[in-house]
Design a protein around this ligand. Structure first.
Ligand code: PLP
Length: 417
């Protein structure tokens, strides 16, 4: 591989950078910001910041309730955002888009609303050992309460799902197979179509954690035929505090509510209540209005760039980074080779704790992540307590990866002294 190849797929990557005000930032030590912590949270383009600002300046009001101009404008913008999200993931209807606080809340919503109605002793939920804690802990909590069995697909030494025993793990006892689309540590992209087919063969429902896939590649819920998909706005150029649960219509209709309150009801009497239609049945209380509008603007932005181009750019960056990082002595990359992964690389550097790597990189203006990245069972599998992670997005460039490599070499020099 020619490791000095320029990154060129995302035509006008420089122009893309101009859309993100924070990328012009110079840090207090005089270094320009090199932001490589996108898997934790992405930066926001001007269009998103402006859309939220515009809402607060011009038409801030509660949605769905008021019969006045501002409320009607806010409601229209809020519901337009829902429609944009539906279109972005090819959902048949905006009614299948439930706004949540993020991927974590989306999985908890499925666990408590669908899980409590459908799981009990003798049943099994299958997840994998590469899950983020958001797709482990809710099932563990629920398992205690409902008495079903939680099982895990193991991992290969290469950092992919070990599907050799899938036949014994996925059986007619399995009611739900819940797995991550793109791992936030290994970068592995899981074969959703194959896994959905295996689940269908035993009648299991499928939940896909799209927190790291929806921001980085085209995702079509109908083509993939998933039952549930969750993702988070803040990882895809949108604001924090909002995310999405997509679900098949019949599942949403049948599921009891997760939380009670205003807006999710049709009628409340002292003797009992009737639920609102979907998706409102799952959105009690005042929603995150500005955030939904911001997410809508993020979807517009990504659509304009083109998700195929975002994916291709990620791939080029990760190939370049993989090749350059492989040159660093003592650096161990977790997960599969560059052709089989999304735009992130978690690694360890011999003799230096990931937190120290991160601190030294910070001095060079490079923001990465260090720790277990909310995936402790995964780190246990590879016998590393923690790792450092560089994660890329549409505005990153090859020259920023060069800064990362230089800083890693500096870190080694500091620790060799
Ligand atoms: N799933 C994966 C794979 C993630 O990477 C993350 C966040 O890092 C989550 C779930 C949780 O997302 P959130 O914190 O936005 O709810």
């Amino acid at each position: 591989m020619n490791v000095s190849a320029p990154i060129s797929t995302l035509d006008g990557a420089e122009a893309v950078r101009q859309d993100f005000p924070i990328l012009q930032r110079v840090l207090p030590n005089g270094r320009p910001l090199v932001y490589l912590d996108n898997a934790a949270s992405s930066q926001k383009p001007e269009a998103v910041i402006r859309a939220m600002d515009d809402y607060y300046r011009r038409y801030n009001a509660n949605v769905h309730r008021g019969v006045h101009t501002l409320s009607e404008e806010a409601t229209a913008a809020f519901e337009a955002a829902r429609a944009k999200v539906a279109h972005f993931i090819h959902a048949p209807s905006a009614r299948q888009i439930v706004f949540t606080r993020g991927s974590t809340e989306g999985i908890n919503l499925v666990a408590y609303a669908w899980g409590r109605a459908n799981l009990g002793p003798g049943d099994e939920v299958l997840i994998t050992q590469m899950e983020h804690h958001a797709n482990i802990v809710p099932w563990q909590i629920l398992q205690e309460q409902l008495g079903f069995t939680l099982r895990y697909v193991p991992l290969t030494d290469q950092g992919t799902l070990d599907l050799s025993q899938l036949d014994t793990l996925l059986t007619e006892r399995t009611k739900l197979f819940s797995f991550v689309h793109a791992s936030n540590v290994l970068g592995t992209i899981n074969p959703v179509t194959e896994l959905v087919a295996a689940a269908r063969a035993v009648g299991a429902r499928v939940l896909v954690d799209g927190a790291q896939s929806v921001p980085h590649m085209p995702v079509d819920v109908q083509a993939l035929d998933v039952d549930f998909l969750v993702f988070s706005s803040h990882k895809m150029c949108g604001p924090t505090g909002i995310g999405v649960l997509y679900a098949k219509r019949e599942l949403l209709e049948a599921m009891p509510p997760f939380m009670g309150g205003g807006e999710m009801i049709r009628e409340v009497k002292l003797t009992g209540s009737k639920w609102n239609s979907v998706p409102y049945k799952f959105e009690p209380g005042t929603p995150a209005i500005a955030e939904a509008i911001g997410l809508g603007a993020a979807v517009d932005y990504l659509t304009e760039v083109g998700m195929e181009r975002v994916l291709a750019h990620d791939r080029e960056l990760v190939q370049y980074a993989y090749a350059r990082m492989s040159e660093v002595e003592g650096l161990r990359i977790l997960g599969p080779g560059p052709d089989a992964r999304g735009g992130l690389i978690a690694f360890t550097l011999e003799g230096i704790h990931p937190h120290d790597i991160s601190a030294i990189l910070d001095r060079a203006g490079v923001a990465i992540r260090a720790g277990h990245h909310c995936a402790q069972p995964l780190h246990d599998r590879y016998s590393v307590p923690a790792s450092a992670r560089a994660s890329f997005y549409l505005y990153n460039s090859a020259s920023e990866i060069d800064v990362l490599i230089d800083a890693l070499q500096d870190a080694q020099n500091v620790f060799m002294l």
